[in-house]
Write a protein that binds this ligand. Structure first.
Ligand SMILES: [Zn+2]
Length: 331
């Protein structure tokens, strides 16, 4: 184990949560979730683990004891003057129907604000995220061996699943092709299961006081796009959210990660296309104002306290050792 890792592990292990939290250089956390459900979700099942309602409620109780929840406008105004507690902005990505059916009712009961980041192409179940397509294909071949033989491949099923999981945004035609060989219709799935929220459901969230933001058009990996494609995905999705939902804060959250995004991207979008940007680099920070890094809260079975201790220790360590700021290439 390297020295850095040893120090981090000791910080995390021996310091209590409150001590770590009191040294947090930001006094702000921005957690990220996607899905909360007590049921199986076939389009997510083979991609990541999500929490059930009990675990999510326990997360919230812990968070509310230690943090002051704020909304997007308060974050933008810099709402740190009227509370002794550090601040928290809850965020949920991908606009899944569980946001409306499960998450919002729990948040409303506890009076916690949140932001829902939405892909413009998927609203009203008009299309399906390519990774969700992969999860559905895996579910189909795993649950029925005869289906797998329809693909006429010589590789073992485990290796084929590994291959499916490695497919990228630009492989979408190939993913669609595999599905058609399996007689798996994504349109049928969208129609029958409504995995995403409808326009009316999103409007109803806004009416209840929640914020919404953009999460790109159709969830590509930004690292794999040209700068012009990155800017277009950002601009088009932000414009869609403003025009359709009157989102008063032009907020954008990167699909997947902000990894590999350049200074040039920020120079082209900040203030011009959007006012607030959210990444997923947890314990690090960008040099730009109004760019926030979030902490993924869906990490296997780790409790929210364990996740936060890990991130806070990392933030404090990075701050002490000068590795806190993300360095971005110019182009
Ligand atoms: Zn996403």
């Amino acid at each position: 184990m390297g020295l850095k890792k040893q120090i981090l592990t000791s910080l995390t292990k021996f310091l209590p949560f409150d001590t770590l939290s009191s040294y947090d250089p930001e006094k702000l956390i921005v957690p990220l979730y996607h899905c909360i459900s007590d049921n199986e979700v076939r389009h997510v099942k083979h991609l990541y683990r999500f929490k059930n309602i009990d675990k999510f409620s326990a997360d919230l109780d812990f968070l509310l004891r230690h943090y002051q929840p704020i909304d997007l406008s308060e974050l933008r105004r810099g709402a740190n003057c009227y509370t002794s507690k550090p601040l928290m902005l809850l965020t949920f990505d991908d606009g899944l129907s569980q946001c409306f059916d499960v998450i919002a009712p729990i948040l409303l009961k506890k009076a916690v604000p949140a932001v829902f980041f939405i892909n413009s192409a998927f609203v009203d179940n008009n299309d399906l995220f390519y990774r969700f397509k992969v999860s559905l294909i895996i579910d189909t071949i795993k649950s029925n061996e005869n289906k797998f033989t329809m693909l006429n491949t010589r590789v073992k099923i485990e290796n084929y699943i590994h291959f499916l999981k490695s497919l990228k945004y630009k492989d979408t035609p190939l993913i669609d092709d595999v599905a058609s060989k399996l007689n798996l219709s994504f349109d049928d799935y969208l129609k029958r299961n409504s995995p995403y929220m409808s326009t009316n459901q999103i409007k109803s969230l806004i009416k209840s006081g929640f914020d919404v933001g953009a999460h790109s058009v159709d969830h590509p990996h930004f690292r794999e796009l040209t700068i012009d494609e990155q800017v277009k995905q950002t601009k088009d999705s932000v414009t869609f959210m403003c025009e359709n939902f009157g989102a008063n804060n032009r907020a954008f959250a990167f699909p997947f990660t902000d990894d590999g995004v350049t200074q040039n991207f920020y120079n082209r979008v900040l203030e011009k296309e959007c006012d607030l940007v959210f990444g997923t680099s947890g314990s690090r920070k960008d040099r730009y104002n109004n760019v926030y890094q979030r902490i993924p809260f869906e990490q296997n079975d780790l409790s929210v306290k364990e996740i936060l201790k890990k991130y806070l220790a990392s933030r404090i360590f990075r701050k002490m050792t000068g590795s806190y700021y993300i360095s971005r290439k110019l182009y």
